[in-house]
Design a protein around this ligand. Sequence first.
Ligand SMILES: Cc1ncc(COP(=O)(O)O)c(C=O)c1O
Length: 245
Amino acid sequence: MDDEGLLVEGIPDGARLVLVTPSHQYPLGMAMSLRRRLALLAWAEEHGAAIVEDDYDSEFRLGGRPLEPLQMLDDAGRVIYVGTFSKTMLPTLRLGFVVVPGSIRRAVMAARFVADWHSPLPTQRALANFIRDGGFARHVRRMRGLYRERHDRITTILARRFADELRVIPAATGVHLAALATRRSAGRIDEVIAHAASLGVGVQATAGFAVDHEPRPGILFGYGGIETDRIEEAMERLRTSFDVR
Ligand SMILES: Cc1ncc(COP(=O)(O)O)c(C=O)c1O
């Protein structure tokens, strides 16, 4: 990846399926540029491959206009669009949705049938009613404002108190943000995170997500579960954790 998201030329030969998170790369957080989206679609068409577009948190835009989802740009039926209610509602609800090209609709339905048939109908019905009555849209609007506030508070503190240690990767959406370490190793960041945990602050290392390449040391801040007025104190404890040895 680079600042525009997935490097299409880096996709291994013979790949038949690519899973991407174009709205908000997970975990680093950059949005995939329009140019890169078009290149990925062209690659899929050329190689007879499929793309899974995991659009897991685009409901929480922080501002600006969204880029077209791959699914909307796709006119060759290569994109399988996947959404979830884990972020907008709650992860334990276990409900999501998928928009598949017509050519694989029957196969996907058959696969779901042999996997677990279907999600619980009462929860589906309750959620459908919530959406139909406007409650879902209201909830998302309210949470979007709250999450934006938390995001802005964290980025302001990062700029004021952590400029020597961390560089934020700008994100357009979501309930988390990533900041890369400017001068510390992945091992040292692990120590900082462990110390912060001993002070009751939970953040994750970006390096833990690297599969088969040199990890980029950094920290992932999830703000879905923290009260806005506790952020300042938590960030101060994290700052302390950088300074102790
Ligand atoms: C990248 C990504 N995709 C999707 C999800 C949601 O998955 P699920 O709908 O299975 O809870 C998450 C986590 O919540 C995620 O981090």
